[in-house]
Design a protein around this ligand. Structure first.
Ligand code: UD1
Length: 432
């Protein structure tokens, strides 16, 4: 088992570069299944969700060539199977994008149900199923596997989502790309990674319009051909470092970002007394004065992202006064609060709302990450806290943050990755 050990209380100073967007990469890699020929993907983040997805494609017959740390060539021409039922599939949420991609390419798909972050509530995929059904696919779920099948090509359809869902928007967009006819998605998600996937597919020959608005129109094409694409920077990774600087104080230049994607986060940080300066493809975050309380409600983009809720709530633990944070996207995303309480945080959760009483200081403690962004929140707490914080559940952080320890150390943080043998007998043997 690996742990992060953080000696907190140091302001962050310096500059870091944000990696490619996890949520764009995990949609674009399955999309490569529909391409005839080689596609080169640049600015791909080196995180475990990406590694696992590339491995899944390889197991299906794709040829993957690593060009450098952030560039891969993917050639799925030789893939002949519509089945992706490996165990690895259950470890990542985005494995369900294989349903849309395989339905588009083969008109059928058998895909293991997704795993990934479990925030505590249910994460249904009824909107995905509803969309595929409207496109003429017979859908069934048996023994944890989703089966989808059409007699020929999937058919374009008009689909209205009852819920604004990133995953359902992306999945239907994938299937619709190679469908027969036109698909219109209404109440579509507008997240930057939805737009990035549309740009990727269009650059490979798709005909998708309106991504970034709540109506996306897709004219099915017969085939996609290879090409080059560079993934957008990660909005949430950038936001996490912004929140970390807000918490610890100091000044950091965060490079390789699209400041527009960060507006929802920058706006809240400014309300909290943090200076955020936008540059062409970077932001400078600076805090010298006290943190101020605020009210936050997570919403689909361009609202405040639910994936930043745990990190910002952690910073608000140190604000002057009482803050209120409501997560309107996920029903139960406050499980990490119990861990923060071990560090002295004063948070009361009622349903989807957390009431956060600001305190002067958090204190280091042994804590455990239960999901990716909860892990990020605990890292921020550890950086701000007096004393030593030990964080278990590092595997969650590795799913979405490239070189987290290296990047934070470059900013002056005292954070180390420590390997702890699970078995006490092994530990004793090693100590001798
Ligand atoms: C994606 C992101 C995740 C982010 C979330 C919200 C990826 C790989 N993951 O997750 O990081 O937190 O968007 O921005 O991009 N819902 C249904 N039925 C469905 C689909 C969704 O009820 O068929 C509900 C969900 O339970 C949730 C809400 O809709 O309450 C939004 O979920 P959705 O946008 O689909 O999230 P994901 O795509 O799973």
């Amino acid at each position: 088992m690996t742990k992060y050990v953080i000696k907190g209380g140091r302001p962050l100073q310096g500059e870091i570069t944000v990696s490619g967007a996890k949520n764009a990469a995990v949609a674009i890699i399955p999309a490569a299944l529909m391409i005839d020929g080689v596609c080169r993907i640049e600015n791909i983040p080196q995180i475990s969700d990406v590694t696992m997805l590339l491995k899944i494609l390889e197991q299906m017959g794709a040829k993957i060539r690593t060009v450098n740390k952030h560039t891969v060539d993917i050639d799925c021409t030789g893939v002949v199977t519509h089945e992706a039922t490996f165990d690895t599939m259950r470890r990542i949420r985005a494995s369900y994008y294989l349903i849309g991609a395989l339905l588009g390419r083969f008109g059928k798909a058998s895909v293991a149900m997704p795993g990934g972050c479990n925030f505590g509530g249910a994460r249904p995929i009824d909107q995905h199923i509803k969309g595929f059904t409207a496109m003429g696919a017979a859908m069934d779920v048996r023994n944890g596997i989703v089966f989808a099948e059409t007699p020929g090509r999937v058919q374009g359809a008009s689909i209205y989502f009852d819920i604004n869902s990133v995953g359902a928007t992306i999945n239907i967009m994938l299937a619709a790309t190679l469908a027969e006819g036109r698909t219109v998605i209404e109440n579509a998600a507008r997240e930057p990674h939805v737009v990035d996937l549309a740009n990727f597919l269009n650059s490979m020959g798709a005909d998708i319009r309106g991504a970034g608005t709540d109506v996306i129109k897709i004219k099915g094409v017969k085939k996609l051909t290879g090409g080059f694409y560079s993934i957008i920077p990660d909005q949430i990774e950038a936001g996490t470092y912004m929140a970390a600087v807000a918490g610890t104080g100091g000044e950091v230049l965060i490079k390789n970002v699209i400041p527009k994607h960060l507006d929802c986060i920058s706006g809240k940080l400014r309300e909290m007394g943090v200076e955020v300066e936008d540059m062409a493809d970077a932001v400078v975050v600076r805090r010298r004065g006290p943190l101020l309380k605020t009210t936050i409600k997570t919403l689909p983009y361009p609202g405040f992202p639910t994936d930043m809720q745990p990190q910002i709530s952690t910073v608000l633990c140190l604000a002057d006064g009482t803050s209120v944070v409501t997560d309107s996207v996920f029903e139960s995303r406050f499980k990490y609060v119990d861990e923060l309480a071990k560090m002295g945080a004063q948070i009361q959760v009622s349903g989807r709302t957390a009431i956060i009483e600001g305190i002067d200081r958090l204190t280091g403690a042994p804590v455990k990450a239960g999901d990716l962004r909860a892990g990020a929140a605990l890292v921020i707490a550890g950086l701000c806290a007096g004393g030593t914080t030990e964080i278990e559940g590092v595997n969650y952080l590795e799913r979405g943050y490239e070189d987290l320890v290296l990047k934070l150390r470059a900013l002056g943080a005292d954070i180390t990755e420590v390997f702890v043998p699970d078995d006490p007998i092994v530990a004793e043997r090693e100590a001798v």
